[in-house]
Write a protein that binds this ligand. Structure first.
Ligand code: ADP
Ligand code: GLC
Length: 469
């Protein structure tokens, strides 16, 4: 079976969030399970492309509306992910020092046309095309409807929704970007009067998956306008929980952290990493350290953090560290609070992969007060690194973190409100003082297996159920 994953992100090549982590790991695990997987992604102007050598595997021109763009399909000389990664090089559109921008319609539509044009030329056609998020949501439509791709319209196309908040909307003025199709089928592209690539992907793909079972259920009620569509397409939808790359996220081998550790010697390991963080950010090692890592956006509940900090930190019985970037107002509020709560609060506004590993390793608790969380990987990394998750029970957080009071190992709250978060912190702080119970829980969570093994197989079973011939 040959599977092509099409995505805008893939770690370690280009990552903005969890999509990059998933596409950088799921295909590897599928490959280990015997599936011939490949990833196709844009060729960006970044550190990875500047430091690797590429060879040309295909070259042509694509038509986007009235424009013609030369493009190439490139491949690294040596495989970097243990699987083949192919790059779509459209110099004028994709080769930028960012992944996403304000208006990506031309960029990602051209990307998808290039992918389809190239697949059309392959002798060995994929058995399955697996698309990820709205940036690839037009592929299911193009595969089914565009005259030019008629000969490959029997290849099953799957769409995984990592986040339904973002849908890639664009105006009907740009419909001519899409290769010719029977115009009476234009309704397949439309949702509420605009072209909606995510909606088109949901309508036209053979199966729709989301990244946790609970998120799949929640989408029927709350999907940024697509609720009725998802209810209507319910039959072809399935929630498959994300896994983690347990080779990349492994405290025993992690090169980013100051002291490596396993579940056998985690006490000394966690202590050394916490000491480093406390020195770096001006905290006392004796207080419980709570951390937040993530995009500073409404979905993640980031706007609730300043209020929580102000109320919780007045007692000075814990420290809080925040790593993130996003909404400029939240960024500046969080930055300005460092002066007021010096010694118990600090922040790093920006993106820093190494620091994120150090925080998973050195913190005592990880905060995730998300309003929406399709899966969430941070809580899975924190479990692996023995850091106790404090989460809102929603989406993938609900599926992966069980509260202490229910014989579990984390702290859950029902609502994304300051009050609920503060009440939960008030349960977590005393738990830190009960060191025997705290250590026992740490040891337990480090042993929970969230690797891709099970979920990668669920995807393979899904592919097999669709395979033709
Ligand atoms: P999302 O994809 O919605 O942002 P996930 O929990 O699925 O959320 O994944 C977030 C990923 O991005 C994790 O690997 C996390 O460690 C990483 N991450 C988020 N913000 C930062 C940051 N500022 N610096 C480093 N890593 C970050
Ligand atoms: C999205 C979601 C996040 C999920 C990630 C990977 O960005 O917001 O919850 O973990 O995709 O699937």
């Amino acid at each position: 079976m040959n599977v092509i994953h099409v995505s805008a992100e893939c770690y370690p090549i280009a990552k903005v969030g969890g999509l990059g982590d998933v596409v950088g790991s799921l295909p590897k695990y599928q490959f280990e399970a015997g599936v011939n997987t490949k990833v196709v992604m844009p060729f960006y102007d970044n550190k990875f492309t500047a430091t690797h050598k590429f060879q040309n595997v295909y070259e042509s021109n694509l038509i986007l509306g009235k424009e013609i763009y030369p493009f190439k399909i490139l491949k690294t000389k040596k495989d970097v992910l243990d699987i083949e990664v192919l790059f779509v090089d459209i110099p004028d559109l994709l080769f930028k020092d960012f992944v996403y921008s304000e208006d990506d319609t031309a960029r990602f539509t051209a990307f998808q046309i290039a992918v389809m044009d190239w697949i059309l030329t392959l002798k060995d056609k994929p058995t399955i095309i697996h698309c990820h998020d709205h940036h690839t949501g037009l592929i299911p439509f193009m595969a089914q409807e565009c005259l030019k791709y008629k000969s490959i319209n029997t290849i099953p196309v799957i769409l995984t929704i990592h986040n339904a908040q973002y849908q890639g909307w664009f105006s009907h003025d740009k419909v001519h970007y899409i290769p010719a199709f029977d115009i009476s089928h234009i309704g397949l592209l439309d949702w509420d009067g605009v072209i909606n690539p995510l909606a088109a992907g949901i309508k036209c793909s053979w199966r729709v998956t989301t990244v946790s079972p609970s998120y799949m259920e929640e989408l029927q009620e709350s999907a940024n306008g697509l609720e009725s569509l998802l209810s209507h397409e319910n039959e072809k939808c399935i929630g498959i929980l994300n896994g983690i790359d347990s080779k990349v996220w492994n405290p025993e081998t992690d090169e980013f952290i100051v002291k490596k550790y396993s579940s056998k010697n985690f006490q000394t390991g966690k202590k050394a990493n916490k000491k480093w963080l406390c020195k770096e950010f001006g905290f006392s090692v004796s207080k419980p350290l709570f951390a937040f890592i993530g995009r500073l956006v409404y979905e993640k509940g980031a706007d609730l953090l300043p209020g929580v900090l102000n109320k919780v930190l007045s007692k000075k019985d814990c420290s809080i560290l925040i790593l993130g970037s996003g909404n400029p107002q939240v960024e500046s509020e969080l930055a300005s609070l460092t002066k007021i709560h010096k010694g118990v609060y600090n922040t790093f506004i920006g993106y820093d992969e190494r620091l994120s590993h150090l925080i998973y390793a050195g913190a005592d608790f990880l905060l995730m007060p998300s309003r929406v969380e399709p899966c969430g990987l941070n809580q899975l990394y924190s479990l692996r690194y023995g850091t106790i998750p404090v989460v809102r029970s929603i989406g993938g957080l609900k599926d992966t973190v069980k509260d202490m009071e229910e014989d579990g190992f984390g702290f859950n709250h029902q609502k994304a409100t300051e009050k609920d978060i503060i009440n939960t912190l008030k349960r977590a702080i005393p738990f830190y003082k009960d060191q025997p119970a705290f250590k026992k829980t740490r040891k337990h969570i480090m042993g929970i297996d969230h690797s891709w093994k099970v979920s990668a197989q669920q995807y393979i079973d899904l592919y097999n159920s669709l395979k033709i011939g």
